[in-house]
Every structure is written in C-alpha cells, then in structure tokens.
Design a protein around this ligand. Structure first.
Ligand code: PLP
Length: 400
C-alpha cells in the first residue's frame, strides 16, 4: 500500500532528489570508506572562511547586553528599524540609488526573501523566467507559491542572458525574470550592456501585457569578482527591479540566515508592495529576520572583503591550471566561486559518476537546467585543490 504521509508533489520532489544533495550523500559514503582526507569534495557552495573580525566584536557587544529584557524578543516583521536604516544607507552606494529604510526588508537569507517576494506577487499559474543554467532551488521558490518556472538558455559563448530570447519567452502570464550575477553555477558576471537590454525588454513587456513584469536581481555573490571586474548595479536600470541578497557568502554567515530584499523606490505601487512583502515574511512563518544575524550584519557591514577575494582568487587560479593542464574545457569564472567546465564525453551524469571513482566530487549540470557540464565549487581548502590534480588527470583519460 502506498503511504499518504506526504503530498504527491512532495513525494515527487523527494523521489527526484537534489543532485547537490545526492553528491553530498555519495561524498559521505566515500569519506567513510576512504577517509576524509582522501576525497576531494567540490560539490557544495558553503563558504569555508571565518567571518570578519568585526563579527566577533558585534557578538561580544550583544553578549554584554544579554541581560536587557526583550533583547532577543520579537521585533517588527521587516527587521529592526536601525538595521533597515543602516542597510539602506549601505545599499544606496552599492546600487547607486537613493534608498531609505522603507525600501528594504530584512529576512531569512536570500532564499527567505525570494519566497516572500513570490508569495506577494504571484497569481496561480503565473510564470517566472530564469536563465539556464540556474540555481536549482529557484524552481521550488516559485512553485511554493503557485507559480511555474520557465527557463531560457544562456548564450553558450559567455553564459550571458540572451535579451532576444527573453523577449520571445515572455507571455501574458509572465510575472518576473530572475537574473543572478555573479552567477551560480557559471561564474559569469553580466555586463551593464546586457542589463540595459534586459531592462528595455521588460519595460516593453510590461506595457504590452499591461502587467508589471518584475526583474529580480539575485546577488549573493556581488562582492566576489576577479581581475578587477565590477558588478553593475541592476536596481537603477529598470523601475520594476528588486534585488535579493544576503550576508551568507561575503561575511561567511550562511547559517545565520540573514538576507534582504530591496525595491527600486520608483517601482509600481511601492508602498503596497513593501506592505505585502512584510506581511508575507510574517505569515510564511519567518516572522522576522534573526536578531543575532542583524547584529552580526551591522558589525560587518562595509568591512572589506579583499581578504576573502584574495583567497578565492588564489584557489581559482590554481584550479584553472590543474583543469587546463589535464585538458578540460572551461571559461574562467569572473565571479562567485564556481567553475562550470564541459563534461568530457558530453554526458554530465556519466562523467561526474566516473570522476567520483577518482574520489573527486562534482555536481552534474542537469541539476542546474543545462546538461553537458559539471560544477565545481572552490569554496574548499587549498589542500583539497592540490590533492585533486591526479584525479582530474586520470578521470579525463577515458574521453581523450
Ligand atoms: C544564486 C543563489 N541565490 C540564493 C542563494 C540562497 O542564499 P541564502 O543562503 O542567503 O538564502 C544561494 C545559495 O547558495 C545562491 O547560490
């Protein structure tokens, strides 16, 4: 008898599983068998650097106040007023837009605020567009709220979005487009030119369909670019833009779940949209962003990220040498901490399973909506990169 303990949708999702999760579990098995130090695990985008020293100072300041009544109590659903103000001031320079506290809502990570956004704006059956390959969780963030994710392949030459293809994909049901730069999984950074092209397409689409078509610029890797490349701010380029992000990757606070959404002040019906977001943050059960996370954010905000960038640059360059010496074909990442090489032999699942036999774990690109590649996260210790050289070299031989 089939159990009805979970809904059919959840059952289906459980049976498909996440490729990242599956690699994670395969990794645990391999580590048990061969020992932790033998396995080179490039599957998870979990920042492995310590938070900046300012985080320790902020923690200490909070600890000193812990006997204050209500210090860890509920707060307004959008976050502490002081945290919203501080964040708005910092984002004003980042996004080259004058922002006030009322344009910013704090939430539980970029993931939490994206869910709050879709809960707020989607009608049942609405479509949300994303550029493939994409962060696989987007599919759930959209379907959680009655929407449907529709994907558009990127340009293979540089992994950038194709404005013309976006235009063609827009329908009467299109409510939003998600872009992600620096990109997970490709490492691409989108130019201002392409952002302007997208803005123009969405502007025309909003007029044509008579509905606001939002641009969601998901930017948790904004701080992490290489070779002096800048990430152009998306917020000022199109009126109906929202930016989602967090302090997971830049300040190593991923587990502390503090993130934010910021709206363009000129967005359609800004006040109602923000009220809706705050309501959704509450009723989805997040209630408010974490107290400790906001103190940590406040302490770290504006602290330099060069130290992290230097470490990731060193790792990127070393892994690039290993991969190209072994004969892999890839585009050097401009940002984030991922490589997205072509799968030798063309089948990403076959190749990643083969690579695992050499104790190197990677994620097949089918999980990101684009078969034929594999993703390597270099949020790993330098020693793991060094150790992987032999495995990469041996694994490709069968396909040469
Ligand atoms: C592209 C992208 N967006 C959103 C998230 C979610 O970030 P957070 O941990 O802040 O919820 C991630 C996490 O890996 C990501 O890679």
């Amino acid at each position: 008898m089939s159990s009805d303990s979970v809904s059919s949708a959840i059952r289906q999702n459980l049976s498909q599983g996440s490729m990242i999760r599956r690699m994670f579990e395969a990794g645990i098995e391999l580590k048990k068998k061969f020992g932790n130090d033998a396995v080179c695990d490039f599957s998870l985008g979990n920042p492995d650097l310590a938070p900046p020293v300012q985080a320790a100072q902020a923690m200490q300041a909070l600890t000193d106040k812990l006997s204050t009544p209500g210090i860890l109590g509920y707060m307004p659903n959008a976050g502490f007023a002081w945290a919203r103000e501080q964040l708005a001031a910092w984002l004003s320079t980042q996004q080259n837009t004058h922002l006030e506290a009322r344009h910013v809502m704090l939430g539980c990570g970029a993931a939490g605020v994206m869910n709050a956004f879709f809960h707020t704006v989607l009608e049942p059956g609405d479509e949300v567009l994303a550029i493939a390959p994409f962060f696989g969780e987007y599919r759930f963030y959209v379907s959680n709220h009655g929407g449907c994710l529709k994907t558009i392949p990127c340009r293979l030459s540089d992994f950038a979005p194709d404005a013309e293809a976006i235009d063609k994909a827009i329908s009467q049901r299109t409510r939003a487009l998600i872009i992600n730069s620096p990109n997970n999984p490709t490492g691409a950074v989108y130019s201002e030119k392409i952002l302007r092209e997208i803005a123009s397409v969405l502007d025309h689409a909003s007029r044509r369909t008579g509905r606001t078509v939002y641009l969601i610029s998901d930017e948790p890797y904004r701080f992490l670019t290489y070779d002096g490349i800048n990430v152009p701010p998306a917020l000022p380029l199109y009126r109906n833009t929202v930016v989602t992000s967090s302090f997971a990757k830049n300040y190593g606070l991923a587990g502390e779940r503090v993130g934010y959404i910021v709206i363009n002040p000129a967005i359609d019906d800004a006040e109602t949209l923000m009220d809706g977001l705050i309501f959704s943050n509450r009723v989805l059960g997040y209630v408010n962003p974490p107290v400790v996370g906001q103190y940590l954010m406040s302490g770290c905000l504006g602290s330099p990220t060069d130290h992290a960038v230097n470490i990731y640059t060193r790792r990127r360059d070393r892994l690039a040498t290993i991969l190209s010496d072994a004969g892999y074909s890839f585009t050097l990442p401009q940002g984030s901490f991922y490589f997205f090489p072509k799968a030798p032999g063309g089948d990403d699942k076959v190749f990643t399973e083969h690579l695992a036999q050499f104790l190197v774990l990677a994620v097949p690109s089918s999980g990101f909506g684009m078969p034929g590649f594999f993703r390597l996260s270099f949020a790993v210790d330098d020693a793991v990169i060094e150790r992987s050289e032999e495995g990469f070299r041996n694994a490709i031989k069968r396909f040469q």
